[in-house]
Design a protein around this ligand. Sequence first.
Ligand code: SF4
Length: 61
Amino acid sequence: MVPFVPIQGTALEHHSKPEQAFMQALYPKIGEQLRQNGLHSENTKAGCAKCGACSSLKAYE
Ligand code: SF4
């Protein structure tokens, strides 16, 4: 899961980004679900879960 980032020239370019507190409230809950289901970024080969540049979720796995 990565936070929404508005991109210039798209229909949602003026949509606001989520607040940091909003994302920090979600990550622990999602991290717990990932742990419970054995879904760790270390086990993935590609994609956002492996990259982690746009999200702090890895810190909550
Ligand atoms: S692959 Fe990495 S840089 Fe690209 S959207 Fe996912 S987390 Fe962000």
